[in-house]
Write a protein that binds this ligand. Structure first.
Ligand SMILES: NC(=O)c1ccc[n+]([C@@H]2O[C@H](COP(=O)([O-])OP(=O)(O)OC[C@H]3O[C@@H](n4cnc5c(N)ncnc54)[C@H](O)[C@@H]3O)[C@@H](O)[C@H]2O)c1
Length: 307
């Protein structure tokens, strides 16, 4: 039996490259669609902007069975500054991909989403002690979170109206090798460790996040394509760490002092993200990489590429 044909949008990005490598290691026939060429020239890649309908048509070719939709505008702060652009990229593009997927008979469509869809949905409950689950109401606080929530609704509609298997995987903060192009806290920590520069901590540094290794994020995305019931999937380690604790862990792992300074908090930042991953675990999701081990691998990667 031939392997299913799989499309990974955003397959040249940080998580996408890991997902593509994993699928190919299992013999899956993968096509990437991204406006940036894939660094491995042996990976079939439809180049171009997926906001262009012609690129969508080429990307979701006849015979495509599974779509992992990772292409997105991913900067939360950028989305606050450019709400129209994030709408075009994260909503209109997702709608066009779903519609093309319906036309060619795609069986599973996995959307990379985020817990930022919940934002203020805890309704005043303490976010440090109240875990976000799939039943937490959606109340995004930024255009990024809002557009991901809209994408989730569209995916749900395609499941309901057309029977497409869709799943929105709400990822926490993903980290690991290959994230040098990102501007989130772990790469900023690694760059400060390499250069001797100062880390800017937004606000008091007590904000908690759930840092999930990229290999575990890949595990969750693969699982999502096999879940029969529609609906979102909250994915993380289930353990949250403050920025100050993360800084201390990075100091130990890198052996560098990493001086830090506090700057103004960023608008729309959630005070804490603590997730309840019971649903994902009920399907067999099991994170495997502990934070210090993951940071050590990420540090080694930064040293090899930029040191
Ligand atoms: N990294 C995280 O911590 C995290 C957390 C939650 C959710 N997510 C989601 O996971 C997905 C992947 O994240 P990532 O960290 O790998 O991001 P990334 O920015 O590294 O990769 C995104 C890729 O999408 C491509 N892309 C963007 N707009 C495009 C367009 N219009 N046409 C074609 N290609 C386009 C980019 O070129 C890039 O290669 C995103 O949807 C993101 O919102 C990521």
């Amino acid at each position: 039996m031939s392997s299913p044909r799989v499309l990974v949008t955003g397959g040249s990005g940080f998580i996408g490259q890991h997902l593509v490598a994993h699928l190919r290691s299992e013999g899956v026939e993968v096509v990437v669609a991204d406006k940036v060429p894939h660094p491995d020239p042996t990976v079939p890649c439809v180049g171009g902007d997926l906001c262009d309908p012609a690129v969508v048509e080429r990307a979701v070719g006849p015979g495509t069975e599974v779509v992992y939709h990772l292409a997105a505008m991913t900067s939360v702060l950028g989305s606050v500054q450019r709400p129209q652009e994030v709408y075009e990229t994260n909503v209109a593009m997702t709608a066009a991909l779903l519609e093309r997927a319906r036309a060619v008979g795609v069986s599973h469509f996995v959307l990379a989403s985020t817990n930022a869809v919940v934002g203020g949905g805890l309704n005043g409950a303490d976010p440090a002690t109240t875990a976000i689950s799939e039943t937490t109401p959606l109340r995004p606080l930024t255009p990024y979170g809002g557009t991901k929530a809209a994408g989730e609704m569209l995916a749900s509609a395609y499941a309901g109206a057309y029977g497409m298997g869709t799943c929105a995987v709400r990822l926490t903060n993903i980290y690991g090798p290959g994230m040098g192009g990102k501007d989130s806290v772990i790469p900023r920590l690694m760059r400060a460790a390499l250069s001797g520069g100062v880390l800017s901590i937004y606000g008091d540094g007590l904000q908690k996040r759930d840092y999930l290794h990229v290999s575990d994020a890949v595990q969750a995305l693969l699982l999502a394509a096999k879940i029969p019931e529609p609906g979102p999937l909250v994915v993380g380690t289930g353990h949250s760490t403050s920025v100050l604790e993360l800084l201390e862990a990075a100091r130990q792992v890198t052996g560098r002092a990493i001086p830090a300074t506090h700057v103004d908090p960023k608008p729309g930042e959630m005070a804490a993200v603590v997730v309840d991953t019971s649903r994902a675990r009920s399907y067999g999701f099991q994170p495997t990489v502990e934070l210090r081990e993951g940071l050590a691998g990420t540090w080694a990667d930064f040293q090899a590429r930029e040191g």
